[in-house]
Design a protein around this ligand. Structure first.
Ligand code: APR
Length: 241
């Protein structure tokens, strides 16, 4: 990490697990996809079929996130950015915990649960929110259609600006710190591969092996909230020597 000239972090749901936010997959009985069906909640068709049901699920997640706090893993990444060791966090998460921990350059590949947009493709209404809407599903103040969470659902393209920024960051990087992701979902999971293909070093932090592990140069097995502060201390010592 210290010798890298341009490093980024690539994160998934696992970095928020120690903040009490369930991950999507994994052995735990409380992983989201073991309790809910993604096709019933995280697709445009699901929203079309039952916008109230989809909003109920997101309101449940918003309330969970409002009660959660960034953990030591999020905070360590913010400090590594402050030291100039990492240039940005590219995240698949929509919870906003990286920003609450103090990370400044955060690229949200899958959008944000703290933004809404109009479900009418002809309407450009978008807005930030800091708590769940009073009535669900909320209506667009501009055209009257339903508002939806501004997150990427299965089968939808990633936001072009975020994807473009993530790819250029990855192409410029000679190291990527991959934290808490199964690497199961594309195109997001291409980001560490782009760094690898450019000759960069892939360092993975995870409690279990993932689809990234086979090509990771270094695999640090453990929880993000424990491993990342240790990594930060090691960098600080290296810095101070
Ligand atoms: N520290 C580090 N890693 C952890 C921790 C932890 N405390 N707890 C769990 N993990 C790891 C799991 O081992 C798993 O590899 O985090 C990963 C979580 O994987 P997923 O639940 O698949 O989450 P993610 O990789 O972010 O999913 C990608 O899939 O459903 C879509 O849009 C959703 O952005 C999400 C995408």
């Amino acid at each position: 990490m210290l010798s890298s000239r341009h490093a980024i972090a690539f994160t998934g749901a696992g970095i928020s697990a120690e903040s009490g936010i369930p991950t999507f997959r994994g052995s735990g009985k409380d992983s989201l996809w073991s309790r809910f069906k993604p096709e019933e909640l995280a697709t445009p068709e699901a929203f079309e079929r039952n916008p109230r049901r989809v909003w109920e699920w997101y309101v449940w997640r918003m309330n969970l996130i409002m009660k959660a706090r960034p953990n030591a893993g999020h905070e360590a990444l913010a400090k590594l950015e402050g030291l100039g060791i990492i240039k940005a966090v590219v995240t698949q998460n929509v919870d906003g915990l990286h920003q609450r921990a103090g990370s400044r350059r955060v690229v949200e590949l899958h959008g944000s649960i703290w933004r809404v947009k109009c479900s009418n493709p002809a309407c450009t209404f978008r807005a930030g929110i800091d708590e769940p809407p009073e009535e669900i599903p909320p209506r667009c103040p501009s055209c009257g259609h339903y508002l939806r969470p501004d997150v990427v659902w299965f089968g939808e393209p990633l936001p072009q600006d975020a994807w473009g920024e993530a790819v250029s960051l990855a192409k410029a990087s000679d190291a990527v710190l991959v934290i808490g992701t199964s690497g199961a979902v594309y195109p997001a999971a291409y980001i560490p591969l782009i760094v690898k293909e450019g000759g960069g070093t892939v360092i993975e932090v995870n409690v279990a092996e993932s689809s990234i592990t086979p090509y990771a140069d270094i695999f640090l097995k453990g929880r993000a909230g424990e491993v990342l502060p240790r990594l930060l201390n090691a960098v600080m010592e290296g810095f101070l020597k």
